[in-house]
Design a protein around this ligand. Sequence first.
Ligand code: AKB
Length: 340
Amino acid sequence: MSRKPSVLITGASGEIGHALIARLAAADPDRPIVTLDLNPLPPESAALVRQAVNGSILDTSLLDGILAQYEVDRVFHLAALLSTRSEFSPALAHKVNVEGTLNLLEFAQKQGESHGRPVAFFYPSSIAAFGLPDRTVKAKAGKVKEDDYNVPTTMYGANKLYCEHLGRYYARHYKQLAAELVSGKVDFRCVRFPGLISAETVPSGGTSDYAPEMIHAAASGQPYACFVRPDTRIPFMTMPDAVDSIFRLMGAPRARLTRTVYNIGAFAPSAAEIQTVVHAAFPRTEITTHVDEKRQGIVDSWPADVDDSAARADWGHNPAHGFASAFGEYLIPSIKKRYA
Ligand code: AKB
């Protein structure tokens, strides 16, 4: 049992979890980290956590056990089925992405109530929460604001958009008709991530995966067939900048936050532009295009770029990497070392 303020990370063995655990442990080595994931943590992450619980976010007995054992004051709820994977199993995606999030919000609410102060809750939403009707509208829309085009076309996007609303409910309106004021409302904070690219890990089950897949394939000497058209454009961000944005948002004074959900962006290259830099770094690699019309349709419904002025103004979102430095200073040198 630990009565020290502790952190709970769900979906911790995924890409963001991997980077977040390292950063949290470095920033505050005394704060216990508890993780919950169906898959075991990689050894380098496992070495940094107090307890790695193996199991599902749908299993409320596991959450009750964590509630009894720890005083969790921060939740990073990363567990989700991504967009491509969700289209193959929509009902399962809804269960994991929506019921799972509800379980975690209930957990945070109970935890906050028992300690008399709100639990800080980070929720990663996605550009998939947007749904632009077609490519012509996408081309004209420019940098899309948070409240525009909230008509997602995927199960994952619908789940993310709905869970943004659930989070706002737990933060502002929870049991609004209860006779007594309910203490410990959840301090829910959310960003809509663009596609993320890490030098350390390769994603699986997403539709923005073509960019990280292309660079990791090239570095490991594998040919790569890109599944979207060369002119396809969506926003991307490096994993270190994504984790930095989580830290900035979670560290911001509540009073500075004018929104529950924030767009964040960094750079927005076309698939052809990504292919050009990857090819320049790994000239012997064969990169071709084999468009998967169905996955293309999903990416075409996502914005070409996002307006993240609210995140910049409210909590100082300021990614270190633009397109050139993301590839030139972070991705290519680190990935070359990794596959050397
Ligand atoms: C996906 O492609 O599903 C994710 C996302 C953009 O949220 N990477």
